[in-house]
Design a protein around this ligand. Structure first.
Ligand SMILES: [Zn+2]
Length: 279
């Protein structure tokens, strides 16, 4: 039911994780939230972690407190993105702690976050788009990026790998990446103009992730496309995990824009270097 990811639950709060990262990368903590365990109601039920969607701010804050307590993230260290479907990556540190969650953030148009600081928890938002998790166990740095179709075709995964090289001297072959829950190849129909942008990426061998249908629409596999972007950036295939969890197929567990429309909550990906794991 949850693809190659595993479901964890504590105190009624549920989240998804990559079991190989739990096993092999104990210096980081990572999670993808689910709808379970929050206080929000109606279309936001129950674990809505998105501000400004029509849910009460106090509900969202209480959801963050419950989620962090259950999944083990230090709540004061949360730092949120400000996504607008571009590929800007921002490096954040301890001075940014709380930004976008407990206090306003000073940035706009940030779809990717990275840090080398333990206890700083990166937070990005989803309801069908693709979460890309990055870690560099050699230089002890992490990155988290939001890639919808626009970010995917713009090579967000490669942009993050390049930025981590710049900031932390991460070599591509040292990086590990994980592709989290999003709308899957089973459900992601797109029209010709979108499909053509992907088909133009000959270097990624697009026939592997764009499928034409008889009705003139196309099915797009964002997981496979992002995997190829990461390979083109020099990541090793054995360092790339693909969660294979479709948000639309599992809209009972996960918020899905295609399944629910705009009246819905938001999921988050979270990633941090554990403080007890600091070098
Ligand atoms: Zn599906």
């Amino acid at each position: 039911m949850t693809g190659a990811m595993e479901y964890r639950e504590k105190d009624g709060v549920g989240w998804l994780c990559f079991p190989e990262w739990e096993r092999e990368q104990p210096w980081v903590r990572h999670a993808f939230s689910t709808r379970r365990g929050g206080v929000s109601e109606g279309p936001f039920s129950a674990m809505n972690l998105g501000f400004g969607r029509g849910d009460g701010e106090e509900n969202v804050r209480e959801n963050y407190r419950r989620f962090c307590r259950a999944a083990g993230f230090p709540e004061e260290g949360l730092v949120a993105s400000a996504q607008d479907h571009h590929t800007v990556v921002r490096r954040v540190d301890r001075a940014d702690a709380g930004a976008g969650i407990w206090r306003p953030k000073a940035w706009q148009g940030v779809d990717g976050l990275c840090t080398g600081e333990p206890g700083v928890t990166l937070v990005t938002y989803y309801a069908d788009c693709v979460p890309l998790y990055f870690l560099d166990p050699v230089h002890r740095a992490v990155g988290l990026a939001h890639a919808g179709w626009r970010g995917t075709v713009a090579g967000m995964g490669a942009v993050m790998a390049a930025r981590m090289a710049e900031e932390f001297s991460s070599r591509p072959e040292e990086l590990y990446a994980a592709i989290g829950p999003s709308i899957g190849p089973c459900c992601y129909e797109v029209d010709r103009p979108v499909a053509e942008q992907f088909l133009a990426k000959r270097e990624w061998d697009p026939e592997a992730f764009v499928t034409a249908r008889a009705d003139g629409k196309f099915l797009l596999d964002l997981w496979e496309c992002n995997r190829r972007v990461l390979l083109s950036a020099g990541l090793l295939p054995e360092h790339i995990s693909v969660g294979k969890v479709c948000t639309r197929c599992h809209s009972d567990l996960l918020f899905s824009h295609r399944a629910m429309g705009a009246a819905r909550g938001s999921l988050t990906a979270m990633l941090c270097i554990r403080e007890e794991g600091a070098l």
